[in-house]
Structure formats: structure tokens, C-alpha cells
Design a binder for this molecule. Structure first.
Ligand SMILES: Cc1ncc(COP(=O)(O)O)c(C=O)c1O
Length: 409
């Protein structure tokens, strides 16, 4: 459902910069539900930035894939489709979503260890371009299925040993003399991209291909790059400067770059009403009608902390001035000590029950990755702000929580 253009927020430069005060839909601010807003202009800008970053040193022909797990909101998928080369899914539900919501020719790869027996049975209908295999057991389960496959490497130095083939798993595979892999897959980790990590991943991949040339029919590289949001990439040329990369030597290898957070995180804002403002021995403490039940984690970047976080405050549709405010801790409403969105950021001195706190960047791993069953939380709404400034209500029509199913609003 479309709504007229924004009533709050500042204009964006070229429609692309992240807004200091996010544009929020007036009808959402009149209501009580917490809500997410995804900004199309910022989404497009983030995809363009990821392409520019990568094409700075990749050979021509690389492809950019969107990692659906980071936010499978169907309107976002639709908006992304003209700007990316394909979608990487990590579950049967995501694969079906891509096939149901997007044109049949959409390219789709499949990573992650959730390849259930049912998922493998549905492969012929789902037609992924490649399955990134996570284990020897998956390889066995696939048997003679003709779906193209790659080998996901458990990278040296990357935390988490459950994902991909460790050297031991590779040894198990070697005993069965596999053939036909179309390349290698690796994920560098959450916001873990660096020149060194990238070079080490390529070196490890090259080592596997050199040791086992018979396994590979093609030598594609499928890389979950672990890029943070574009502002962080721009702010840290020491880590991310493309010209510092050595070009990857070799033939006409196609490099697929898979990105989740780096594409959608900066386009999202999340807003919730204030329930209480308390004075505590640790300072001012704000409790909002939201928190971890709507967000998979607090607002800090795992690598860059508060750097890209922005808070804005509203009374109705009116922005409140936080610059001259006092530090506060923004808590969620769950009775959990770690349900804290952020602390130490300035909030308006007169902030009170009923005001709104808007937080960004919250476009990735938000509502769709949260543990949204706890305490039967207030349901959220979702809005999409088109490039032309109009808002669409894109809240899914079905209920997402057991509590809501038992006692619909
Ligand atoms: C295999 C793989 N690819 C891509 C991603 C997306 O990562 P990010 O959001 O850091 O870009 C993940 C996240 O866990 C992943 O496991």
C-alpha cells in the first residue's frame, strides 16, 4: 500500500547518502507499533559502492550476489534484483522465496549447512546454479544429483569450525576421489574483510586446487566477503583500499562476491516507542517497546563499534534535538540484562514515554533474524521508501509469532 512522500527527515544528497535523520512514514509515527523502514536510494547506493569497491581490483566478469539470510523481506529482494547478479540462499524457505517472488531466470546459489533431506529432494524444482557444500556428509547425501557444486573451505584463522571443509574433512573426501566441483567457496566472517584475509583465502583455495586438480571441472571462486557497510569501507582505506590488492593471477576465473550486511544494513532504520525513562545509579536508562525481540543483536558493529550508528528521536512526527542532550542507555523491553541496543549516546533531556527512538543502520539481521517469540512482543511493521520518496507498507500479511497466532490483535 503506497503512502505519500515523507513528512519527516532531511533530503538525501543525490538520493544516496545515509540520512542524519531518517525519513519515517507519518502513519507509522501516529501508531504504536515499532517499525522498520528500508530506503531504496540508500540500498542502490550500497550496491553501487560494493560493485565499485570490488571492480577496483577484480578482473572483469565478477558477479555480485545478495545473501538472502541477512534480510529476506520480499520487497527488498524485488528492489535489489535489477542491481545484483544473483541471490545466495541458506535454507529451503529462502530458496522457495526466491523462486516464488522473483522471475524464474534469477540466478541462485545455496550456501550454509541447513541443506535438509527435504531441501535436497526439492533441488530439481529449485534449480540452484551451485550448491556450496559444507561437509562430507552433504557430499554423500547428494550422491549423483547433477546440481553443480562447489567445495566450501573452512578457512585457516576464521573462527567457527562447523562450516566448510576443514583439512580433516578434505582428507575424508580425498579417499573417495570426487570429481566435478565447479570451484571453491569461502566466507571470511562477519565484517572480517581485509586485504590479508582475502589474500589468505585465495592462497588457501589455490593450494586445494593445486593439490587436487582432478576434483575440479571449473575453478570458480565464490566468496562471502564479510564487507561492512559502505561508510565503514570508505572510512578505513587502510583496511579496504582496493589498489592495495594484488590482482589474482590465473585464467578466466569468475569471482562471485556474496554480500549481506554490506548491501542492506545501511538502508534500514528501526523505530520503537519509549516506555520509560528512568534514573538509575548507572545513569539515564530508556526502555523501548522493542529490543532483541525485533533485532538479532545490539546496534554496534562487531568491528567498528558505534562508528556508523545513528539515533534520532521524535515526538509524534516532530524530530527532537538530541545534540544538546544527555547520555542514555537504550534498553529493550525484555527482562534480559543484555537486551541493550546502545549506551552512552546523547538523548534529548526531556525524552518521555510515548516518544520515538529511531535507530540505524538496521537493514540487516533485524526483524527477520530476531528471536521474535519471547514474551509475545508487540508486532512490528515494515515500510519501504521508494526512490521517489513514497512509502509502501510492506508488513507481511501473515502472523509471525505463536503468541500472535493464539491471540490475534
Ligand atoms: C556463506 C555466507 N555468505 C554470506 C554471508 C553474509 O555475510 P555478511 O552479512 O557478513 O555479508 C554469510 C553470513 O553468515 C555466510 O555465512
Amino acid at each position: 500500500m503506497a503512502e505519500a512522500t515523507s513528512e519527516t527527515g532531511s533530503e538525501t544528497m543525490h538520493g544516496a547518502a545515509r540520512e542524519a535523520t531518517p525519513a519515517l512514514p507519518a502513519r507509522a509515527l501516529r501508531g504504536e507499533r515499532p517499525f522498520f523502514v528500508y530506503n531504496e536510494a540508500e540500498l542502490i547506493a550500497a550496491v553501487a559502492a560494493a560493485r565499485a569497491f570490488w571492480s577496483g581490483y577484480s578482473r572483469p566478469g565478477f558477479r555480485l550476489y545478495y545473501s538472502v539470510k541477512s534480510n529476506p523481506q520480499p520487497r527488498l529482494l524485488q528492489a535489489l534484483r535489477p542491481h545484483v547478479d544473483g541471490f545466495d540462499v541458506s535454507s529451503l524457505a529462502e530458496a522457495r522465496l526466491i523462486r516464488n517472488a522473483l522471475p524464474a531466470a534469477t540466478r541462485m546459489t545455496w550456501s550454509g549447512p541447513a541443506k535438509t533431506p527435504r531441501a535436497l529432494r526439492e533441488l530439481p524444482a529449485l534449480r540452484p546454479e551451485a550448491l556450496h557444500l559444507d561437509s562430507f556428509d552433504e557430499w554423500l547425501a547428494l550422491g549423483n544429483d547433477p546440481t553443480p557444486r562447489t567445495l566450501r573451505l573452512n578457512l585457516d584463522g576464521v573462527p567457527g569450525h562447523k562450516l566448510g571443509f576443514s583439512r580433516r574433512e578434505l582428507a575424508r573426501l580425498a579417499a573417495r576421489a570426487p570429481t566435478g566441483f565447479i570451484g571453491l567457496h569461502a566466507y571470511l566472517g562477519r565484517e572480517s574483510f581485509s586485504r590479508e584475509a582475502f589474500a589468505a583465502a585465495l592462497a588457501q583455495a589455490r593450494d586445494v586446487v593445486l593439490r587436487h586438480p582432478d576434483w575440479f571441472a571449473e575453478d570458480g571462486i565464490f566468496l562471502g566477503a564479510g564487507l561492512p557497510i559502505r561508510e565503514a569501507v570508505a572510512a578505513h582505506p587502510d583496511i579496504f583500499a582496493p589498489d592495495a590488492f594484488a590482482p589474482e593471477p590465473g585464467g578466466a576465473r569468475v569471482v562471485h562476491l556474496e554480500c549481506g550486511r554490506g548491501l542492506v544494513q545501511s538502508c534500514g532504520s528501526y523505530a520503537a516507542r519509549v516506555l520509560s525513562v528512568k534514573s538509575t545509579p548507572e545513569g539515564r536508562s530508556v526502555i523501548i517497546d522493542g529490543g532483541l525481540q525485533h533485532m538479532a543483536s545490539h546496534l554496534l558493529s562487531p568491528r567498528f563499534g558505534k562508528e556508523s550508528v545513528r539515533l534520532a528521536f521524535f515526538r509524534g512526527a516532530e524530530p527532537l534535538d538530541a545534540a544538546a542532550g544527555e547520555p542514555a542507555r537504550i534498553n529493550g523491553s525484555l527482562s534480559l540484562w543484555h537486551d541493550v541496543m546502545i549506551e552512552g549516546e546523547p538523548a534529548p533531556k526531556d525524552l518521555k514515554r510515548g516518544d520515538w527512538v529511531a535507530m540505524s543502520p538496521t537493514g540487516a539481521y533485524g526483524w527477520t533474524a530476531a528471536s521474535n517469540q519471547f514474551l509475545g512482543p508487540t508486532p512490528v511493521s515494515e515500510y519501504f521508501r521508494r526512490v521517489d520518496g513514497g512509502f509502501e507498507d510492506v508488513t507481511p500479511p501473515h502472523l509471525l509469532s505463536y503468541h500472535q497466532a493464539a491471540a490475534p490483535e
